[in-house]
Design a protein around this ligand. Structure first.
Ligand code: SAM
Length: 280
């Protein structure tokens, strides 16, 4: 039995339910319940919050979230082999864990939840970035979530939190930091997982800002930033030429040198440029 909840240790759970890790599902499990509790504490006090967890697997992080006091956890898992293990957790925490079997890319969990809502997950690597982009680009802002606490490959975590001039600075950093505060809360070596992945991982914590840091139309900003970073080695006057013939004038009006490259341009200047396009 494990100290935090009287449930068996995760190695036993995995052996009992035959949860041999499948690479195609991005299965790298966390087996240390002290570590999962540590991750569950990153979003802060969960007692008044519903939490969405994508990919609970054998339930290490799920148990951490529940033990740390989450009001309710809604867990979406694609691998039906994990359901009996998750049902045992549900019994240990009556009425606090709901499990939906399915693909997180196709399920809208909102009908099952009451705000405030946090999202906390050790994401499957193959759908992690796509889910993050969806959560960062909802139709309306503020979004349905107050915070995202997400495990990524370290290299992806660096792309989310990078500053202008960093090698990792790009579309993901601008998208994330425009409307959220983002930082790396924890870095983990491969040995923290079973089986160990090839690379280091990191937990990124993002808090939704009540409004964007600088005014801009979301769609226009996304288009300008995507075009700028698509050809990141080119000067902006060349990289953005396809958007409008008078790009040099617009860059200058936004306070950006036409000879600069996207990787040097701060968020505020990208927003100013998006406003120039909106005016036109
Ligand atoms: N949370 C567990 C942990 O920390 O040990 C497992 C994390 S493992 C990195 C990713 C989990 O996501 C696996 O359980 C996998 O089956 C599940 N998964 C993969 N693709 C999924 C999808 N599209 N929707 C929901 N779950 C998915």
């Amino acid at each position: 039995m494990s100290g935090i909840d009287g449930l068996p240790p995760l190695r036993e759970v995995i052996a009992e339910h035959g949860l041999r890790a499948k690479k195609a599902l991005g299965q790298n499990f966390l087996l240390d319940l002290n570590l999962t509790a540590r991750i569950a504490r990153i979003p802060g006090d969960l007692s008044g919050m519903d939490v969405i967890e994508v990919g609970p697997g054998p339930g290490g992080l799920t148990r951490g979230l529940l033990a740390e006091g989450a009001r309710k956890v809604l867990a979406i898992e694609k691998d039906s082999r994990c359901l009996p293990a998750l049902a045992q957790i549900s019994e240990a925490y009556p009425n606090r864990l709901e499990v939906i079997e399915g693909d997180a890319l196709e399920i809208d969990p909102l009908a099952h939840l009451t705000p405030p809502i946090a999202i906390c997950a050790n994401l499957p690597y193959n759908v992690g970035t796509e889910l993050l982009i969806r959560w960062l680009t909802p139709k309306d802002w503020p979004p349905f979530w107050s915070s995202l606490t997400l495990m990524f490959q370290k290299e992806v975590a660096q792309r989310i939190t990078a500053a202008p001039g960093d090698k990792a600075y790009g579309r993901l950093a601008v998208l994330a930091q425009w409307r959220a505060e983002a930082h790396i809360a924890l870095t983990l070596p491969p040995e923290a997982f079973s089986p160990p992945p090839k690379v280091h991982s990191a937990v990124v914590h993002l808090t939704a800002l009540p409004e964007p840091r600088f005014p801009a139309d979301a769609k226009i900003l996304e288009r300008v930033v995507a075009a700028g970073f698509n050809q990141r080695r080119k000067m902006l006057r060349a990289a953005l030429k396809g958007l409008t013939p008078d790009i040099e004038d617009r860059l200058i009006a936004a306070g950006i040198k036409p000879t600069e490259r996207a990787e040097q341009v701060p968020l505020e200047a990208f927003c100013a440029l998006a406003r120039q396009f909106e005016k036109a």
